[in-house]
Design a protein around this ligand. Structure first.
Ligand code: FES
Length: 203
């Protein structure tokens, strides 16, 4: 199955992800319809495909932009953060539920602290709200927003108004209970991230 990368600097993540998912499911379905005996001959093929690691080429990812891939049926966001965004993250700590990523269920052990990333500028997140699973909108600009006059960039879930910063850290006083999930991942080289596999030797 081809990886589904979508260059998406604005707020259309959920719609585009659903479009991409539909396209992939359609292609798989057509393949099985054409050769139905494959399904019984090798019943685990689809399951293996669904859980396989995804290779993400980030060579074209510019500052402020987001790429969206699909891994295990989930949208995976890869965002390149600016210095201004990185500088703003520590200033938000007192407004957040889990500013230091203490809840170990939300990220692998090698992802720690305020940035929640292997490289400071590159954030990798599962793009699903930890309340009821909507896909939040990216609001990456530092500017007043209708839902927060002191917005420093982040993600806003319109379903029930949960807010997350540009590290996926959840704000206090919103329905979502925890930070966005960081999936297992590592860098094969500077421009290639393997989603679904921990770095070699990582706990
Ligand atoms: S699903 Fe995001 S706030 Fe409810």
């Amino acid at each position: 199955m081809a990886n589904q990368g979508v260059n998406d600097p604005v707020n259309t993540g959920r719609r585009r992800f659903l479009t991409a998912t539909t396209a992939v499911v359609g292609a798989v379905g057509a393949g099985f319809a054409a050769v139905p005996f494959i399904k019984s001959w090798n019943p685990s093929a689809r399951a293996k495909l669904a859980g396989a690691p995804v290779t993400a080429d980030i060579s074209a990812l510019a500052e402020g932009q987001r790429l969206i891939f699909e891994w295990r049926g989930q949208p995976i966001w890869i965002v390149k953060r600016s210095k201004a965004i990185l500088d703003a993250l520590p200033t938000l700590d007192s407004h957040l539920r889990d500013p230091k990523s203490d809840n170990k269920d939300q990220q692998p052990g090698y992802i720690t602290g305020e940035l929640r990333s292997i490289k400071p500028e590159i954030s990798v997140l599962v793009g699903l709200c930890t309340h009821l699973g909507c896909s939040p909108e990216m609001k990456a600009e530092i500017r007043p927003e209708p839902f927060d006059a002191e917005w420093k960039g982040g993600y806003f879930c319109p379903c029930h108004k949960s807010k997350f910063d540009m590290a996926g850290r959840v704000f206090q006083g919103v329905p979502a209970p925890t930070n966005l999930v960081v999936p297992p991942h590592h860098y094969a080289d500077d421009n290639t991230i393997i989603i679904g596999v921990d770095p070699q030797g990582a706990a």
